[in-house]
Design a protein around this ligand. Sequence first.
Ligand code: SF4
Ligand code: ZN
Ligand code: ZN
Length: 309
Amino acid sequence: MCKKCESNPVYILDNGKKLCNSHFTRYYEKKVFRTIAKYSLLEKGDKIAVAASGGKDSTTLLYILKKFCKERRFCKVEALAIDEGIKGYRDKSLSDLKKFCKKNKIKLHVFSFKKEFGFSLDEILIKARKKKIKLNSCYICGILRRYLINKYARKLKFTKLATGHNLDDEAQTIIMNQFKGNVALSANLGPKTGTSEDESFAQRIKPLYLCTEKENMIYSFIHNIVPHYTECPYQESYRFTIRDFLNKFEAKNPGIKNSIVKSFLEFLPLLKKKYKDKKTLKKCKKCKEPSSKDTCKTCELLAILKNKK
Ligand code: SF4
Ligand SMILES: [Zn+2]
Ligand SMILES: [Zn+2]
């Protein structure tokens, strides 16, 4: 029995077991490494891009994947960040990320909305408001960010794109899709999506899939991974309503998020089978990026922003 676990716990497991700093670290890393093994997230020789924002989840992911790759001499990890242009928020988190990557000898690639599309997110939102375009900030931000991440993960020849999604995020997405009747979208969830043969996108993996937001926060705190915890000032997605709802529900019914994700994993293979090969990807006629329609969502969005008087 560890005396520190009893006298100075940083975390208490659902079964009541207390964990000190070093036992929590062991518990957390074991959980992530087991997720990688159980869902075959990595293969020898993989070149992994971590979609990094400078926030606690993606920086913790970078830290732990770097550790995993170093210990096992198994694969290579780099960071891919998108600067949306959110003054007072993204500039600070990217500055933290740059310092982190320098300290940990991780190559960092940064691409920006401004350079790529001609406007920062702040400027796009001012433009949208003036033109009375009713699209919320997270919708615009999400489309443009995914576009750049996919484009550059492919161009830089990464074999895997790792995201910092945690158990809380996944529970929110599952419930969002249920509430909106978009069950087909849930077929794209799970610890690993896409296939390694699909050349349009790097295969997406979520090594922190079974870790809760709280666990990521504690691990990040113990290892001094993120110096500042900041939040985006926009936050206009339905996700945030669901997040607050689930947090309240979890407080009264501990373990509910875990149950949502675990039961979802039971029927995910059936969903994947049902919705398999339903989408055929073409190339966007404007930008030549992969798209399910003739024009991709990004080109459609940019046309709305440029044209509407
Ligand atoms: S909260 Fe919304 S606007 Fe802010 S970074 Fe996330 S998706 Fe973009
Ligand atoms: Zn201990
Ligand atoms: Zn396009």
